[in-house]
Design a protein around this ligand. Structure first.
Ligand code: SF4
Length: 554
């Protein structure tokens, strides 16, 4: 589950909400919780559940876990109950949450900036093999996700992770989530600015800090100084994008209010330029605005994007400057259009220091503990001690000498980790789906993997950048709205009128400086069985009709 999803609530009868009840904004005096989630957070800070896990739940087992902890506060430590096996997608909306709950957990390890040492990667791989039945997915937020975690094992898992500087703190929940960072920060030849020091300072200041552990909802952030715009900054609550200011030099352009899910919005620019040193202050100011002014009455309106949409960027910047920073920010330029469409850093690339980094593609982010351990061994055998995860469900090994590139590449390919993947393997992402996610209606990871294989077999000549994103439900964990081909899981009717797994198709979404949401193709739903035929038809038509330089768009 690359995002902590919300179970869609059944449509309530339409009625006007009295404005006097307010939106639950603390800054205007609405401190009384207006829903059960807000009440639970007021009753006890989510961070406090760690002590109960270590002293009670891990000793007495799953059945001893308090309900409000199980379905709420556990998330503050990256834990989320997984779906009981064997419950089909048709039951997702009609069963109670406890009927869908397995007695095992998904556990998310946050990897801020996507940075790992090979030592850390080994530990991640070992935990996967010992405690997670080998599972370890790379998510589109640079995290690693395990499944099959038992509550009894959590103290030991935390001990091992924290011994190597990793954490699960606030990896889910209404919290400051993992800070996305350019996976080639500090090494890419074309880098505008390295945002790593700001990521470290924000983590130190904000993560695990109870001043920021009760937010209206999740708070997603991204910082990248890469001209490839490689952290999906457009769809984060706050993003810092590298720009070269004509007067002040390299720094960051500030974006706020992006987010997908059921009411998607592209972030907006504040028109402000900030230096590297200012980034943590601006992050703290924006997350404070969210905490204080964010809407808490309805979960469906509680993301920062709704406040930004109501205020507009001018008022948002004014409040940030006057109430939180107590100073004006410099005006600044917009980022420039990237020169290439792929943002994933897959392939072999020269670093600033003359060595090379090698990006590689598993299928839809699916790896396992054994593979991760082998990647760590392979990297070390070729003189590297550093790896990175990307926001495209890919990985990168850094610091390879030129003489070692060929051997390192061959080693990765032998593990079925493609350094020169097809556009389909490179551009297909999938969320967790029905295998483990309680909100899922359809299968995603296995479907995505088999779609890649089918398309490689059927149209091996296709060589255009293409993104195919697959979600298991109407949430947006795999970013379907901004894919060339977005597939939203739902039940559809087959030719015989039977309900089967399938997808609503969205075509022509994009990120970048001309972002947009894919158009829902009215009435176009494909069953899972028809999916390869459908995608093949779309791509062949594009190949036949496209003009020089035209990229895929419906
Ligand atoms: Fe997210 Fe996929 Fe689960 Fe839906 S099925 S909530 S998109 S992980």
């Amino acid at each position: 589950m690359p995002a902590t999803p919300e179970k869609p609530t059944p449509a309530a009868p339409r009625r006007r909400v009295g404005r006097h009840r307010g939106e639950g904004q603390w800054a205007v005096g609405h401190m009384t919780p207006l829903n059960a989630n807000e009440q639970a957070k007021k009753d006890d800070d989510g961070l406090n559940v760690r002590t109960r896990i270590e002293t009670i739940y891990s000793k007495r087992g799953f059945d001893s876990i308090d309900g409000a902890d199980l379905r709420g506060r556990m998330r503050w430590w990256g834990l989320y109950t997984q779906r009981k096996p064997g419950i089909d997608g048709g039951k997702t909306a009609i069963l109670e949450p406890e009927e869908l709950d397995d007695k095992y957990f998904m556990l998310r390890v946050r990897i801020d900036g996507g940075r790992l040492t090979t030592g850390q990667l080994r530990v991640i791989g070992e935990i996967s093999q010992e405690f997670a039945r080998g599972t370890a997915d790379i998510t589109d937020r640079q995290n690693v996700q395990y499944h099959w975690i038992r509550i009894e094992d959590m103290p030991e898992i935390w001990r091992r992770l924290e011994a190597v500087g990793l954490s699960t703190t606030e990896a889910c929940g209404d919290t400051p989530r993992v800070i996305l960072g350019s996976p080639v920060a500090g090494i890419a030849e074309d880098e505008i600015i390295d945002g790593t020091p700001a990521i470290d300072e924000i983590y130190r200041r904000i993560v695990g800090n109870k001043d920021f552990s009760n937010l209206p909802r999740k708070f997603k952030s991204a910082i990248s100084g890469s001209p490839l715009l490689d952290v999906a900054h457009e769809i984060n609550d706050i993003a810092f994008v590298g720009v070269d200011h004509p007067e002040h030099g390299p720094g960051f352009d500030v974006w706020v209010g992006g987010g997908l899910s059921t009411n998607p919005k592209i972030g907006v620019r504040l028109g402000a330029w900030v230096s590297l040193d200012e980034v943590p202050d601006v992050y703290e100011g924006v997350i404070s605005i969210f905490r204080d002014y964010g809407y808490r009455r309805l979960r469906t309106r509680a993301r920062l994007k709704f406040l930004v949409a109501d205020w507009g960027p001018e008022k948002f910047r004014q409040v940030l400057e006057e109430q939180y920073l107590l100073r004006k920010l410099a005006d600044g330029p917009a980022p420039e259009q990237p020169v290439q469409q792929w943002r994933d850093h897959v392939g072999v690339h020269r670093q600033q220091d003359g060595r090379f980094y090698i990006g590689f593609a598993p299928r839809v982010g699916r790896v396992d503990g054994t593979i991760l351990t082998k990647v760590a061994e392979l990297a070390e055998a070729h003189g590297s001690g550093r790896v990175r995860t990307t926001a495209e469900q890919k990985m990168i090994v850094l610091d390879i000498e030129e003489s070692q590139v060929e051997s390192m590449t061959a080693g990765l390919e032998a593990l079925d980790l493609r350094v020169n993947p097809s556009p389909f393997r490179r551009g297909t992402m999938a969320c967790t789906g029905i295998e483990f996610c309680k909100l899922a209606i359809v299968e995603t990871k296995a479907r995505g993997a088999s779609l890649i294989d089918e398309l490689e077999r059927r149209i091996p000549e296709f060589d255009q950048p293409i993104t195919i994103n697959i979600n298991g439900c109407p949430n947006a964990c795999a970013r379907i709205q901004v894919a060339d081909i977005g597939l939203k899981g739902q039940l559809v009717l087959d030719d015989d009128g039977n309900q089967v797994e399938g997808y609503q198709v969205h075509l022509g979404g994009a990120l970048g400086l001309e972002p947009g949401f894919g158009r829902k193709v009215r009435g176009l739903k494909v069953s899972s069985a028809e999916l390869p035929d459908y995608v093949e038809r779309v791509l062949r038509r594009f190949e036949e009709q496209r003009e020089d330089g035209e990229r895929f768009a419906a």
